[in-house]
Design a protein around this ligand. Structure first.
Ligand code: AMP
Ligand code: TRP
Length: 330
């Protein structure tokens, strides 16, 4: 059985970056791999590695669960659950800490970036974040982990830890493989296109949120930073703004960069941005309509209960095996 597993942190409202880099990709994979099993979870334990307002966190968790479905995941072949409701995630995270080294965690770029921004109040959980993530993945004998490319390094650590554990204690974990989509693995900020679009940053004009008013989304796209050349051409180095917008365009329409270039030959950025604003708006409006239905239906809690039960059963089996291999307990 091939298990595909991924998680998203319930920090803030998911962005267009999350949608193109992760959520939408999950839906595609579900269609392409009818025989695989899909596990998606809301990584709330990961969220508290930085301060959260408890009331807002609770709301974000529910919203994210509904958004997974609103983006088109098929609930029939889906184990959807909340990380903190499956206690074995914390247990496995601790086990992973016991086989990882300070040096390898210190090298993680996400940690280094956050420390640079935060300076004071950096928690030890932020440091051990990748070990919790490795535990999430290894608990279920996951084969594929679809993520955006910012998570590549964490995934490599999960692979290293699986191999290390297997070598020391005998074959226990399946070594997971990454699945990074070709287009849109990193959507950049619309105002600062050398930085990734990130919902955990303080909200600004450069970030499109899946639950924000459609008019405001259109405005942000039209106000996106470009360059003075006024030619729609993909050149990530010299034209990061327009290249980012073309990535969004391409991801949502399946047109290649060449197709887009010839379509807008001789036209300025205004036409291009106007069309892109309509494309993004239509896609997000459809998601919002579904979201509004799902968030007020009892089906969501039923699905999360079912997901928790199934995940707990599998995770418990794995934890018992791991404890036995380690010689823990009686
Ligand atoms: P996070 O919001 O950090 O929990 O990320 C959830 C998922 O969205 C992960 O698979 C990330 O790799 C992906 N992701 C986050 N931001 C972006 C972005 N700007 N572009 C593409 N993928 C992203
Ligand atoms: N760390 C991931 C992120 O920030 C979220 C995550 C947590 C995750 N556990 C995971 C993703 C396990 C894939 C598999 O985006």
């Amino acid at each position: 059985m091939n298990i595909v597993l991924s998680g998203v942190k319930p920090t803030g409202i998911p962005t267009l970056g999350n949608y193109i880099g992760a959520l939408r990709n999950f839906v595609k994979l579900q269609n392409e791999m009818p025989n695989a099993e899909f596990f998606f979870f809301i990584a709330d334990l990961h969220a508290i590695t930085v301060p959260q307002d408890p009331k807002v966190l609770k709301q974000n968790i529910k919203n994210l669960a509904a958004l997974y479905l609103a983006c088109g995941l098929n609930p029939k072949n889906l184990t959807l659950f909340i990380q903190s409701e499956v206690k074995q995630h914390s247990e496995m995270g601790y086990i992973m800490q016991s086989i990882s080294y300070m040096g390898e965690l210190e090298r993680m770029t996400q940690y280094k970036d956050k420390v640079q921004k935060q300076v004071t109040g950096v928690t030890s959980a932020l440091f051990t974040y990748p070990t919790l993530m490795a535990g999430d993945i290894l608990l279920y004998d996951t084969r594929y982990v679809p993520v955006g490319d910012d998570q590549k390094q964490h995934l490599e650590l999960a692979r290293d830890l699986a191999i290390r554990f297997n070598n020391r204690f005998g074959n226990t974990f399946r070594v997971p493989e990454e699945l990074i989509s070709k287009t849109g693995a990193r959507i950049m900020d619309l105002q600062n296109p050398t930085k990734k679009m990130d919902k955990s940053d303080d909200a600004n004009k450069g970030c499109i949120f899946l639950l924000e008013p459609i008019n405001s989304i259109k405005k942000k796209i039209k106000a996106a930073v470009t360059d003075s050349e006024a030619v729609v051409r993909y050149d990530k180095e010299n034209k990061p703004g327009i290249s980012n917008l073309m990535t969004i365009y391409s991801a949502l329409t399946n047109l290649s960069f060449e197709d887009i270039e010839s379509k807008y030959e001789g036209k300025g950025y205004g036409d291009f941005k106007g069309d892109l604003a309509e494309i993004v708006a239509a896609e997000i409006e459809a998601i919002q309509n579904k979201f509004n239905e799902i968030i007020s239906s009892p089906m969501l809690d039923e699905l999360l209960d079912k997901g928790r039960e199934k995940a707990t059963m599998l995770a418990q089996r794995k934890i018992q095996k791991v404890y036995k291999k380690l010689g823990l307990g009686r």
